[in-house]
Design a protein around this ligand. Structure first.
Ligand SMILES: *[C@@H]1O[C@H](CO)[C@@H](O)[C@H](O)[C@H]1NC(C)=O
Ligand SMILES: *[C@@H]1O[C@H](CO)[C@@H](O)[C@H](O)[C@H]1NC(C)=O
Ligand SMILES: *[C@@H]1O[C@H](CO)[C@@H](O)[C@H](O)[C@H]1NC(C)=O
Ligand SMILES: *[C@@H]1O[C@H](CO)[C@@H](O)[C@H](O)[C@H]1NC(C)=O
Ligand SMILES: *[C@@H]1O[C@H](CO)[C@@H](O)[C@H](O)[C@H]1NC(C)=O
Ligand SMILES: *[C@@H]1O[C@H](CO)[C@@H](O)[C@H](O)[C@H]1NC(C)=O
Ligand SMILES: *[C@@H]1O[C@H](CO)[C@@H](O)[C@H](O)[C@H]1NC(C)=O
Ligand SMILES: *[C@@H]1O[C@H](CO)[C@@H](O)[C@H](O)[C@H]1NC(C)=O
Length: 292
């Protein structure tokens, strides 16, 4: 009889303990850069005695914030997070400009007149992928490519054409980002005119529709053409300049009569030698005079 009583008492104690510490687990995701609001329980402020948030962030930072009825609130997080009142007078945790640094586990305890509620909220981030679509040549055939780069979580891609959709390849990147890519073979009579791909991702409520651009190689082709044209123009300019210079020189030469300028130059150059010869000649002459 006694043993039964003890077991009963233990059972009561255990269930009571379980009720008291029962933790409800929730998931929440917020977009990068958005303002996030987390509520602990549905109880309004006038029923609540206190709310304590114990935050374990993914970057291993831990801190606590509490919000009490008697005006004793504390904030040990020292960041932009704050505890606020909603329009329905429900206390909530406000996180402005949500970023990777706010990802983690947010545990809260809400005490009200009827008891205590515990919650564990796994807070994740949604990062918008960069989306693009284009046509390209691969082994002498055209393929349409649609990508959603560096998103979180991974995006899904589907094509507008009826028929088998190609598989979506998902690459895992640094910091938990994902890049999804889908390549559609255009050899099987696919109409390129109305072709588009749809990217679905939690960041957007609706699918994003993209029309593949003409081959990606075209810009480089234009670059080659532009460089070629620029080179030809430059060559032409140089050639014209050179031709002009030759013409101008010829003009100058034919305009100035050679009879005047050429001799004066020659006289100046030859004169010293001429005078020297004259002198030698005069010495020779005088000596010759002596001997004769
Ligand atoms: C929360 O997310 C995890 C996976 O991230 C999932 O397994 C779990 O069922 C989710 N919980 C709720 C309550 O949605
Ligand atoms: C969060 O609360 C603020 C007011 O403090 C409000 O401006 C904002 O829109 C709320 N954000 C969401 C996602 O409800
Ligand atoms: C709390 O306030 C709401 C209205 O804001 C009211 O309806 C409710 O009765 C109040 N509860 C208590 C316990 O005062
Ligand atoms: C916040 O600052 C207080 C003192 O001002 C300090 O005790 C506490 O450790 C700090 N918390 C964090 C998470 O840095
Ligand atoms: C929240 O609102 C209630 C009344 O609406 C007020 O009594 C309480 O002081 C407010 N708390 C904070 C932290 O602003
Ligand atoms: C949000 O944070 C990012 C860096 O994390 C910053 O570049 C940006 O200016 C912030 N935006 C606002 C509105 O504060
Ligand atoms: C991606 O989309 C296709 C078709 O809309 C669907 O069958 C598939 O389940 C989706 N995959 C994921 C991971 O959501
Ligand atoms: C392409 O789209 C236009 C209008 O969006 C439509 O009139 C036309 O029938 C479509 N062509 C094909 C082959 O689906």
């Amino acid at each position: 009889m006694r043993v039964m009583m003890w077991i009963y008492a233990l059972f009561i104690l255990l269930t009571a303990e379980a009720w008291g510490t029962d933790t409800a687990v929730r998931n929440a995701t917020f977009n990068l850069g958005s303002d996030a609001n987390l509520t602990c329980s549905d109880k309004t402020w006038n029923e609540t005695m206190y709310v304590i948030w114990k935050i374990s962030l993914k970057n291993s930072k831990e801190c606590r914030m509490s919000f009490s009825n008697d005006g004793q609130s504390e904030d040990l997080c020292n960041d932009s997070k704050s505890l606020r009142n909603s329009s329905k007078s429900r206390p909530y945790l406000h996180i402005p400009n949500f970023s990777n640094n706010d990802v983690g586990i947010y545990r809260c305890e809400s005490a009200f007149k009827g008891g205590i509620e515990n919650y564990e909220i796994n807070v994740a981030i949604t990062v918008r992928p960069t989306i693009s679509a284009w046509l390209e040549r691969e082994n002498n055939k055209m393929v349409a490519v649609c990508t959603a780069e560096r998103g979180k979580p991974a995006a899904n891609i589907s094509w507008s054409h009826t028929g088998n959709s190609p598989p979506v390849e998902t690459l895992s990147e640094s910091h938990g980002f994902f890049t999804a890519e889908s390549r559609l073979d255009l050899t099987e009579g696919v109409d390129v005119k109305n072709l588009s791909c749809a990217v679905s991702h939690p960041y957007w409520t609706e699918e994003q529709i993209l029309v593949p651009n003409p081959p990606k190689g075209l810009p480089t082709l234009w670059l080659y053409i532009f460089t070629g044209v620029a080179f030809v123009v430059l060559l032409t300019v140089i050639l014209l300049f050179a031709l002009n210079k030759i013409k101008w020189r010829r003009c100058q030469q034919s305009n100035t009569p050679p009879s005047k300028s050429a001799p004066t130059e020659n006289v100046e150059e030859v004169e010293p030698y001429a005078s020297y010869v004259q002198r030698v000649n005069s010495i020779y002459n005088s000596s010759a005079d002596l001997f004769t």
